[in-house]
Design a protein around this ligand. Sequence first.
Ligand SMILES: Cc1ncc(COP(=O)(O)O)c(C=O)c1O
Length: 374
Amino acid sequence: MGDSPRSFLAERAGLIDASGIRKVFDLAAKLKNPVNLSIGQPYHDTPGPLKESAARAIRAGWNRYTPTHGRPDLVEALTERIAETVSTEGKELIVTSGVSGGLFLAFATLINPGDEVIVGDPYFVSYKQCVRFFGGTPVLVDTYPDFRLTAERIEPRITKHTKLIITASPANPTGAVLAEGELKSIAELARRYALLVISDEIYRSFSYDGPAPSMAPLYENTMLLAGFSKSHAATGWRIGYAFGPTCIIDEMAKLQQYSFVCAPAPAQAAILEHLDLDTDPVTKAYRRKRDLICEGLEGKYEFTKPSGAFYLFPKAPWGTDAEFADEAIRNNLLILPGSVFSERTPHLRISYSAEDSVLERGIEILRQLADRGR
Ligand SMILES: Cc1ncc(COP(=O)(O)O)c(C=O)c1O
């Protein structure tokens, strides 16, 4: 054992599991032309003008490191937009390698071993795994069946070890969008218990029943994380940002200097040119897809209608989530078992980020699978 390369691994490497999503994708690799309703990113390509800007930026020589915080003109432009609704006094912004980069820097900077972090269940997988990686304890707050992370559900789980609450609205995997009143109640709770709120707003432009409110204007101790992976269909570009108390952002910048160094320079240049991209047409198109899948599965599946992101999180009509998702794969349909995102096992994550023709085939297979029973 002593000479196995495994013996070199740090203990914290054992604190995280490979994402269950990977396991499904490995299985899926064996399928020929599957109906794919599992993807966690816009299915449509990055808009042409953005691609042109990125290509132009590379040709113009924007290929070197940028300052750690990001290009000053991008930092300024993003801060100006935030300042329209939020006081920037004592606050700062750093451009990160996607929201994932922001989450990593924030957790690394904030979590001491033993600190507890409130996370709504179902959750985006990184929250649980990354909190554990840094020695924290994710305290999972059950939000079934309506998937609303509310102050009432959070308060009983607060202890003297609680440091952070993570809010994600619109949410992955449930599509829940929190109302301003719900966010205000969480803000009041956080204020009362002196907790920091990390607000993941990556899906803010994917909100179908009215604008998704932000936590940032409601609570002074918010670490706002947002980005362009979804809104600009540019997941591979790795551009996000974190906006929060200066003393925390400064520490995150220190760590960024020694890790990510900076977010990709050509992508920063291209995003700067398209900060005001009109996302309404995409929102409209995805709203229609949301309605298509909800109407298609009505009566066959039990679900709470999602208001945002691009996922439906219904109950499996029979069996466990894994049994049902395996049967779907045997029928050439890719969906994800809910237990990838939850401690509970009866649900499924269905992504409607797909061409209409794919979505229609998927709905047909899902209806047949529901009828089949066990
Ligand atoms: C809720 C949520 N937060 C963050 C991310 C990560 O996004 P990024 O590409 O900006 O790292 C995702 C990606 O799926 C997500 O669903």
